[in-house]
Each structure stands twice: as C-alpha cells, then as structure tokens.
Ligand binder design. Structure first.
Ligand code: GLU
Length: 317
C-alpha cells in the first residue's frame, strides 16, 4: 500500500446510552454524519458507556438500530467505552507519572462548600508540591484524582461554527476530576483517549460541550496527542428553554416516521431538502444533504439553542 501524506479524516458520533436516540441526538448524529461524508471522511460510532449508573446496554442496541433506520451507517466496528479501561488507565498513569495529577479526598459536601459560585474547584486538596506516583501506587489509592491546571495559560480555540473561545481553565473551572473516587474514569479523560485511539480528526457534537473543549485540549497537550477540529452544533431545547434530553421530546423516535423526521432535522440544520425530496426515503435525502452540506448554512445562535417547533423559522443560507 502506498502511504499518503494526508491522514485519513475521521468524524464520529459518540452517544451515551442513557436513553433512546431522541430528536436532539438525531440532530447531532445527522450533523456529524453529513460533515464527515461531505469531506469524504470516515464516520465512526462510539458508545460512551463508562458511566455504568446511567448507561444501559439495551439503549446502546436501540440507538444503533435507530441510526440504521435513518440510513446513518457507520464505518468499521462500534467502539464501546466499557472495553477501554486499560487504555484509560495507561493514560492516567502517564499523567500521574508526569506530575499532572493529585488525589482529592473531598466529600461531595466539601467540594460543594469549597467551590466558587460559578463552579470553580478551589484546590483544597492540592499538595504543596506536585505528587508524582508510580502506576502501581496510583491505582492503589482510592480517592478522586484531579488534573492540575494551575501552570497552564488561557487557551484560545477556534470552533468551525461557534468561532473563537478563550478560556483560562484554572480560573474558570479549576482542577477537574479525571478519575472518580469509585475508580471510574470521567468523560474528559475517556473522550480524549478514544478520539486519539480512533484517529478522530473532526469532532462534531452538541454546543453544550463547547466549554469542555479547553479541558480536553489541556489533556491532549499533556499527553502530546493532536487535537481534532471541532464543530459544536446547536442543542435542541423546548420552547420553554428546557433541554430536550430532559423533556418529553426525549422519547424514542418512531422509525416509521424516519423520512419526515429526517427532513425536519435537516431543516433545523439549515439544510431543508427541496420540496420533491421532503418525504423521500432517508437515503435520497441524505445523498442530497451530503452534497449540499455547508457550514455557512448552519444556524449559529449565540446562545446555541434551536427551537423544536417546526413552525419557527431556521436560518436560511
Ligand atoms: N457522550 C456525549 C453525549 O452523549 C457526547 C460526547 C462527545 O461527543 O464528546 O452527550
């Protein structure tokens, strides 16, 4: 095989199986699929099921079936985070060995009492000198582990849709947990390890995660891994402002309605199909949308929210 200079571009959809795929997660899935396919990139699916209190295997199966009903076929094998614990441990040990982590023995009540009004952890557990631990010692200690953000400057990143974001993680969020007291690795670490492992070059996800990106950049930099580009799509909310995932709209999607639902989602994404395609089978709509996909057509509300009401206008190109 001839090596090419350009690495394979890869996007991904990474649902947490804490419920069925709903209209909001369908919008993210469709956005990331179209963005990848428009660029002739691969599109992978990763089931983010490390949080065993919220994840249910039955939902994972249901989400995958629903994606197929909408014509959203992924490349390669689905990656399940519950199979990746050794990789998270390896990254954790590297960070611990390089002095980026410290144990935090705070109870929830103590964290709440010592966190600033805007949610910043105030380092009550941080030792005077950084703790450097061997992998064996680090896995033996049952406390939460935080990433020490103090020595890092503000990070400025450029999102393909939302534009620039400058965040000083230490001043805004403080030292964040990457392994909880119960031994579970957190989303921040797992997402960075898996995006690197899967060679993801283009992250497309909900704008509710936009302000998590600087934390992920810090981890990528500390692990000396490349950072994918990002595109944070608007998050669907009810007209009341309630997050869709927490409302009655988070019900499972009816597969018999997939052409109409897909058409609705495409319209919300600023890519309303032409009239003759509005009720066409999902494959025909997707084929059209892959060609038509333009970042400039996407709605970019400053608050990052869209209405679910089909009657409300979405931004037109
Ligand atoms: N698992 C997250 C969710 O379902 C998405 C994480 C990501 O895309 O980085 O909201």
């Amino acid at each position: 095989m001839i090596a090419t200079a350009e690495p394979t571009r890869r996007g991904r959809f990474a649902p947490s199986p804490s419920g069925p795929l709903h209209l909001g997660s369908l919008l993210t899935a469709v956005g990331s699929y179209l963005d990848a396919k428009h660029q002739k990139a691969e599109w992978l699916v990763r089931i983010e099921d490390i949080d065993h209190t919220r994840s249910k295997p039955a939902y994972a199966g249901q989400i995958l079936k629903t994606l197929e009903c909408f014509g959203l076929y992924w490349d390669g094998e689905v990656l399940y985070q519950h199979t990746r614990l050794d990789a998270y441990q390896e990254a954790f040990d590297r960070l611990a060995q390089e002095g980026h982590l410290y144990p935090c023995h705070c109870s929830r009540a103590r964290v709440a009492a010592t966190t600033t009004a805007n949610g910043r952890y105030t380092q009550v557990c941080k030792p005077d000198r950084r703790t450097t631990l061997s992998p064996i010692a680090s896995s033996a200690i049952t406390s939460a582990w935080r990433f020490d953000t103090e020595s890092f400057d503000a990070i400025t990143l450029h999102d393909r849709l939302q534009g620039s974001l400058t965040q000083h993680v230490h001043q805004t969020v403080g030292d964040f947990v990457i392994r909880r007291r119960d031994g579970e690795f957190t989303y921040q670490l797992a997402v960075v390890v898996d995006d690197a492992f899967q060679g993801i070059t283009d992250v497309v996800r909900g704008a509710d995660l936009f302000d998590n990106t600087p934390r992920q950049r810090l981890l990528q930099n500390a692990l000396r891994w490349p950072s994918p580009t990002t595109l944070h799509l608007p998050v669907l909310v009810e007209k009341t402002g309630e997050k869709l995932s927490k409302s009655r709209q988070a019900l499972a999607l009816d597969p018999t309605q997939s052409p109409a639902l897909l058409s609705h989602v495409l319209r919300l994404l600023g890519h309303a199909p032409p009239t003759d395609l509005a009720d066409a089978p999902v494959h025909a709509q997707l084929q059209w949308a892959i060609e038509a996909w333009r970042i400039e057509r996407l709605p970019r509300q400053t608050d990052c929210y869209l209405s679910t009401d089909p009657a409300l206008p979405t931004q037109q190109p």
